[in-house]
Design a protein around this ligand. Structure first.
Ligand code: IPD
Ligand code: CA
Ligand code: CA
Length: 274
């Protein structure tokens, strides 16, 4: 991969987007190669149920992405799912989910992606989400629009929640946690045309951006699950807030992303019993 010039990074959106798309594409190829072959699945240490897992593909994708980032931007910070990193306070922060949809992946369910976000001075500047099965590269740059491969994408226009299809997801600790989205799932289900649990929050957000979903919410995501997808949805004309309508931060646990028109209705239903 060609090394981008850190001096032009904050102003040259073309250069940074090319770097991010190449990075996600190569990481996606690594993930796809494991999907065709053999891989080990391990339970995460902190999860005695064995529900929360990591595979060789997560690790190999992360190893590749981190090496490329460290080589190209040695002074930037990186926040990534599978490796604890030191956050030094750099103005630049990379947020990486090397494989979003690990449970799908581990069951040969072909729906997962690689998600990479880039922040400058606490503002999300760029995001890519790559689906290596469909060969779909979703990408967006701050104030530059959102794209799927070579085409501009935008959210849907419908304003009727009853005719909407929305996505959601559940946290790994859903069996014992009180905030597990099951109450909210029951509240929303009768009010929408369709509800989907795809198993990849990053792709769900990308699918809001390109109009395959009218909305998406989840209550306990991590920054690597949503930061790249969030800018995709925003740049495609969508609205993204936390579950109470507040603005999103790096550490916001909840997210509601919609085509804008159904946003208030979805927020109201989500918070009915709060
Ligand atoms: C998970 C997926 C899933 C969402 C979970 C996430 P992972 O990420 O995005 O759709 O419901 O909350 O943890 O573990 O596959 O990277
Ligand atoms: Ca994830
Ligand atoms: Ca992951």
């Amino acid at each position: 991969m060609r090394k981008p010039n850190p001096m032009t990074l904050s102003t040259d959106s073309t250069e940074i987007m090319k770097f991010m798309k190449d990075l996600a594409s190569e990481a996606g190829a690594i993930v796809a190669s494991y999907f065709q072959g053999c891989f080990e699945v391990q339970s995460k240490d902190e999860d005695p149920t064995g529900i929360d897992i990591v595979t060789d593909a997560d690790k190999a994708s992360e190893h590749f992405i981190m090496n490329q980032l460290r080589r190209s931007f040695p002074n930037h910070d990186i926040l990534t799912e599978e490796t604890e990193t030191e956050i030094t306070g750099s103005r630049f922060l990379w947020i990486v989910d090397p494989l979003d949809g690990t449970v799908n992946f581990s069951h040969s369910y072909p729906h997962f992606g690689v998600s990479i976000g880039f922040m400058e001075d606490n503002i999300i500047k760029a995001g890519v989400v790559f689906d290596p099965i469909r060969q779909e590269m979703f990408w967006a740059y701050h104030c530059g629009g959102a794209f799927l491969n070579g085409d501009a994408i935008s959210v849907t226009q419908g304003d009727n929640l009853y005719r909407s299809i929305v996505g959601t997801g559940f946290p790994y600790d859903k069996a014992k946690a009180t905030v597990n989205n099951i109450k909210e799932f029951c509240q929303v289900t009768p009010k929408v045309q369709g509800i989907r649990r795809s198993g990849s929050a990053a792709l769900d957000l990308a699918w809001v951006a390109c109009g395959r979903l009218d909305g998406f919410w989840e209550l306990k995501l991590k920054p690597w699950d949503f930061m790249a997808g969030m800018i995709l949805a925003q740049e495609a004309g969508g609205k993204v807030t936390d579950r109470y309508g507040g603005s999103m931060e790096l550490r916001s646990p909840s997210i509601v992303a919609t085509n804008t028109f159904i946003h208030d209705d979805l927020l109201r239903i989500l918070t009915l019993d709060d």
